[in-house]
Design a protein around this ligand. Structure first.
Ligand SMILES: [Zn+2]
Length: 243
């Protein structure tokens, strides 16, 4: 008995040993659990992952999926240009999407098609049939994947903004300069600052690793206020130095 022609693999699972009809009957009788089921499940997921990756690489995935989705009266999936871009930019992205798709589809296949008796002999062979189940859940999985991507982008953007704030507030670091000054003088210098810059500076003097952004967060003030005050304070110190 040959395994799926497309993979050309013979893994020794029930499907490969005794064929579709016998496999489905034996698995159903056994409650679709245990090593035989796991082995068949591994064969199916392995096959479907190859098909999905292959179709994605050939840019035929949405078309293939929609042919089957339309027949089942499901709305077509649409891969927007930004989806395609995100999927192409990082190989981990299509893998994450397709693994999630195969996992959800496997659960449904087990409950509905195998135990529920929805799969019937004489129709589509089991691995191909399972791939159509992957197409059916692909729409929802795509939505979930997009949400996760949006969240990732927001987190990355927030981290970037914080880094940018530190960068803008950086340059020559006033607090590092103050650390070099006689402690008796520091108090007097800090007194010349306005709030909340004064408090933020004291915070940083007390917390050697803290950045301006961290001080602003700790004091619940806007980093921009500190940035503006710092610029003004530097200008005023420079003017005094010039006198
Ligand atoms: Zn097999």
């Amino acid at each position: 008995m040959s395994a799926e022609g497309k993979t050309g693999r013979w893994c020794g699972c029930l499907l490969c040993r005794v064929g579709d009809e016998q496999t489905m009957k034996e698995l159903r009788d056994g409650g679709a659990q245990g090593p035989e089921w796991e082995w068949v499940a591994a064969h199916l997921v392995d096959y479907a992952l190859r098909v999905l990756h292959h179709q994605h690489a050939r840019q035929t995935l949405a078309r293939e999926a929609n042919t089957h989705r339309r027949a089942a009266h499901l709305h077509p999936v649409v891969l927007a240009p930004e989806d395609a871009q995100a999927l192409d930019a990082d190989p981990a992205q299509p893998t994450a999407l397709f693994v999630a798709t195969c996992t959800t589809a496997l659960d449904r296949f087990r409950r509905i098609d195998l135990l529920g008796g929805h799969w019937r002999p004489g129709g589509r062979r089991v691995p191909g049939y399972y791939v159509t189940r992957c197409y059916f859940v692909l729409g929802d999985e795509l939505t979930t994947w997009r949400r996760a991507r949006t969240k990732e982008r927001k987190v990355a953007a927030a981290a970037y903004r914080l880094a940018e704030e530190d960068e803008r507030l950086g340059g020559r670091d006033v607090v590092e300069d103050l650390r070099q000054v006689d402690p008796a003088v520091v108090g007097a210098l800090v007194e010349t600052m306005r709030e909340p810059l004064r408090e933020a500076t004291r915070y940083r003097l007390d917390h050697p690793d803290a950045t301006w952004a961290a001080a602003a967060r700790a004091l619940h003030v806007s980093p921009r206020v500190i940035e503006a005050q710092l610029r003004r304070w530097r200008r005023s110190r420079r003017r005094e130095g010039e006198r």
